[in-house]
Design a protein around this ligand. Structure first.
Ligand code: NAD
Length: 303
């Protein structure tokens, strides 16, 4: 299948590499030329713009930071809809507001272009392994056509409902991940302040009810003080903001989400927006004057 791929960042690069490895003819575009060059070296063709990629591909995938980026790349000048032919398929795999997915889908429909929103969970390691969890929204017949591509990039792909439903599922996922990391931070700080080695506590609890994929992935990073992204603080702040906006439109209160979103905002103001989201714990550490690290116990006493 001739596939276009727009957005070759932390996620888009390994996902597009996997499509190449699976034998798909791939055309790529990114506003950063160096990202395109990396994929061209791996065997992809270079598109001159999003419009150029979409004009030459049966299916175009976008993997961009947020809704405004998707709107720019799809609806803007030299965007996907300037090039895509009627009958072509656009699959937006970015994590964006479900309301923006619906707006983009409506613009696609006016041009006879099919649309799926299909955000992912699993982060860079699962993007590299081709084992992402993909949650899609759109028509069943379009999902079925794109499923072979999803099977290359992910280990599960679920159609969760009409357009926008994929991003609702993703926002639900992001609430659970962010609150889980914050809870882990408070729990391991309690252990450290009480004089225990947080690594020992992690090993003691990970097989019990508190054990989780998030704990297994993020606790070792915190203990090693490795906050290289991964998934950036600023992107998780964006996801929780989108969750709160969607909740507000339904008059739904999400108090825990709101609290963690404010912590993420504060971390961005402290120059930590490009750290991995495991660095949510540093907000709590600053308040405790204590770090969660291997073997280190206790901390500076409060005044
Ligand atoms: P990233 O910032 O590393 O990559 C985004 C890429 O898009 C960059 O290469 C950028 O140059 C390019 N870009 C931006 N605007 C563009 C435009 N108008 N046209 C063409 N290219 C453009 O981000 P990422 O970590 O790869 O995340 C991408 C999406 O996937 C986000 O919505 C994020 O929330 C989601 N996501 C990320 C992870 C993760 O762990 N990194 C996990 C799951 C989902």
């Amino acid at each position: 299948m001739k596939v276009g791929f727009i957005g070759l960042g932390i996620m888009g690069k390994p996902m597009s590499r996997n499509l190449l490895k699976a034998g798909h003819e791939l055309l790529v575009y990114d506003v950063v030329a160096a990202h395109v060059e990396d994929l061209v070296k791996a065997g992809a063709g270079a598109g001159a713009s999003s419009s150029d990629v979409a004009a030459r591909a049966a299916v175009t995938i976008t993997m961009l930071p947020d809704g405004p980026d998707v709107e720019a790349a799809v609806l803007g000048p030299d965007g996907v809809l300037e090039g895509a032919k009627p009958g072509a398929i656009l699959v937006d795999m970015s994590s964006i507001s479900p309301l923006v997915s619906q707006k983009v889908a409506a613009a696609c429909a006016r041009r006879g272009v099919e649309f799926l929103d299909a955000p992912v969970s699993g982060g860079e390691p699962k993007a590299i392994d081709g084992t992402l969890a993909i949650m899609a929204g759109g028509k069943q017949e379009i999902f079925d056509q794109v499923l072979p591509l999803f099977q290359v990039m992910g280990s599960s792909a679920v159609l969760t409902g009409p357009v926008g439903a994929g991003n609702v599922a993703k926002l639900a996922n992001q609430i659970m991940v962010a609150c889980n990391i914050a809870a882990m931070g408070e729990a391991l700080l309690l252990a450290a302040k009480a004089g225990l080695d947080p690594e020992v506590v992690f090993n003691a609890v990970k097989g019990g009810l508190a054990g989780s994929t998030v704990l297994n992935a993020k606790a070792p990073m915190v203990l090693a003080r490795n906050f290289a992204p991964g998934f950036r603080i600023r992107l998780h702040q964006k996801d929780l903001r989108n969750a709160l906006l969607a909740a507000e439109s339904m008059k739904l209160a999400l108090p825990l989400t709101s609290l963690v979103q404010q912590m993420l905002m504060a971390l961005m103001n402290h120059g930590r927006g490009d750290l991995d989201h495991s660095a949510i714990v540093t907000f709590l550490e600053d308040m405790a004057k204590t770090e969660i690290r291997k073997g280190a116990t206790g901390g500076q006493a409060a005044d």
